[in-house]
Design a protein around this ligand. Sequence first.
Ligand code: PLP
Length: 169
Amino acid sequence: MDVVEGRTSGNLYTRYGLNPTIRSLEAKLPDLEGGEQALAFCSGMAAEAATFLAHTRAGEHIVCLGDVYGGTFELLGDNLPQLGITITFLRADEVARLDEVLTDRTRIVFFETPSNPTLHLFDIAAIAAHARAAGALTVVDNTFATAASGGRSPPSPAASVPAGLRPPQ
Ligand SMILES: Cc1ncc(COP(=O)(O)O)c(C=O)c1O
């Protein structure tokens, strides 16, 4: 019970974040990715769903830029709207319209870079600057360019939550 209730450290049920293998991974990832902190999930969609649900509520808004993985498109285009979260999709060639679609209800600007399937590359720092000015987090899925695949996550000050995944600043 001392471990469960946080009075002492120890290893316990994975669901409580007390699995030593996962904690070891989470401790190493920030060094590999140039980040501050990492949370490991059992799948990419679990990471995305947790991030979106942690940072948006009914009546709030997410902007999605460019093409995205099919499961992500379903989550954003179908599942989250059922919870009252609105989504604006902009094509990659419409990024200049970002300021137009940001509102005081926008909580997240999301994109993949490189994107799936077209491998489009976005200017993370530029987009994050617009998102931050509007009070929104920038969430980046960099599945195709993690340290594991020889790439590197976006520089940490630029984006709030690269889906490698770092927590918000
Ligand atoms: C860019 C991208 N994001 C997210 C996912 C979802 O990851 P997972 O299959 O681990 O849920 C995929 C899966 O291929 C992907 O290509």
